[in-house]
Design a protein around this ligand. Structure first.
Ligand code: ACO
Length: 319
């Protein structure tokens, strides 16, 4: 049921939007955003498509793993903001990479990367000797209402990727869902159907911030404790926590409740904002590329998101 991480990659749009830029658009301030969320800037797609970013992240992950696209046995993309309803982002990416393997998308909102790792683990249990590309890529700028100060200040765009191969480094993984369509949702439109009578809520992301906040802290703590127990480990064994980047106050509360030293909790929210499913994948890659991890380090990943979904895993770093 296990695998190892052979390589990682990430890609961001070039356009930086600062808190001051946002305060020209909606009634907000750098001070409010920084103190309530920890975010100072985020990247937003202008000319790039989200598939372009997924492609760049995938190419970097393949290079980091020493693999080529024709060695891939499967591509899984975690996204809620793909360029097309069909073809999937994974199929578009497969075409651009020149791969020939099966490819599909998965929607678990911000928990998408951990869900994708869990699905990949299932494929490895059927056939351990293979290579799977997992990409988490989001253009949240497509989903947020840029006139709603309560949500547009929180999100950013970006992509992260990992190439997985034969190995025994996934020590525990758990995913969960608690169906809920009121706390966090983004409805699809009905196109121009002449048969639809009801008017729908606008297709933007809607969020009850405080309810999500409470759910986030509790679920992050619980899921990390569950995977630690499943792997027969304690918090002291964790080298780094790689959490979903929704709000620095959520991270601080979760770290306090887990009684982990602050420096073990990796964060890039200040410069990236919340890139939904891509958060954990980008954070993993940035730590890998800056040489943060030592061989044998145990990494705990945790995320929560729309659904409401939750997930966590413990991975040994063996690169
Ligand atoms: N600038 C200035 N004021 C604002 C802004 C803003 N950008 N946004 C809201 N406010 C105002 C509100 O209108 C409110 O004003 P009022 O008191 O006059 O009514 C006041 O600030 C306080 O608002 P709260 O919602 O109580 O602020 P809070 O401290 O809860 O912070 C936040 C809001 C940042 C959204 C927080 O609740 C949060 O981070 N929640 C979790 C969000 C999250 O985790 N999302 C991730 C899931 S995303 C996914 O899965 C796709």
């Amino acid at each position: 049921m296990s695998f190892c991480i052979l390589g990682t990659g990430s890609a961001l749009p070039s356009r930086i939007i600062t808190n001051d830029d946002l305060s020209q658009m909606v009634d907000t301030s750098d001070e409010w955003i920084r103190t309530r969320t920890g975010i100072t800037e985020r990247r937003v797609c202008t000319t790039e498509t989200i598939t372009d970013l997924a492609f760049q992240a995938a190419q970097k992950a393949l290079a980091d793993s020493g693999s080529s696209a024709d060695e891939l046995d499967l591509i899984i993309c975690a996204t809620i903001s793909a360029d097309y309803a069909t073809p999937s982002m994974a199929c578009t990416l497969q075409m651009q990479l020149g791969a020939t393997c099966p490819a599909f998308d998965l929607n678990a909102a911000c928990t998408g990367f951990i869900y994708a790792l869990d699905v990949a683990a299932g494929y490895f249990s059927r056939r351990p000797d293979q290579k799977i590309l997992v990409v988490a890529a989001e253009a949240m700028s497509r989903l947020v209402d840029w006139q709603d100060r309560g949500t547009c200040v929180l999100f950013g765009d970006g992509a992260g990727a990992a190439v997985l191969g034969k190995g025994e480094d996934l020590l525990a993984i758990q995913i969960g869902a608690k169906g809920n369509i009121t706390s966090l949702y983004a409805p699809n439109g009905w196109g121009n159907s002449p048969f639809r009578s009801e008017t729908m809520a606008k297709s933007y992301l809607h969020m009850d911030g405080q309810e999500v906040f409470r759910f986030a802290v509790t679920s992050m703590v619980q899921t990390v404790e569950q995977v630690l127990a499943e792997a027969n480990l304690t918090k002291e064994d964790i080298a780094y926590l790689i959490p979903h980047q929704a709000n620095i106050r959520i991270l601080d509360s979760a770290v306090n409740r887990l009684n982990l030293p602050q420096e073990k909790c990796l964060t890039n929210i200040a410069k990236r904002g919340n890139t939904s499913a891509a958060c954990v994948a980008i954070l993993l890659d940035e730590a890998n590329q800056t040489g943060k991890f030592k061989k044998g380090d145990l990494l705990a990943m945790t995320a929560f998101g729309g659904g409401l979904t939750t997930g966590a895993c413990i991975l040994r770093w063996s690169k």
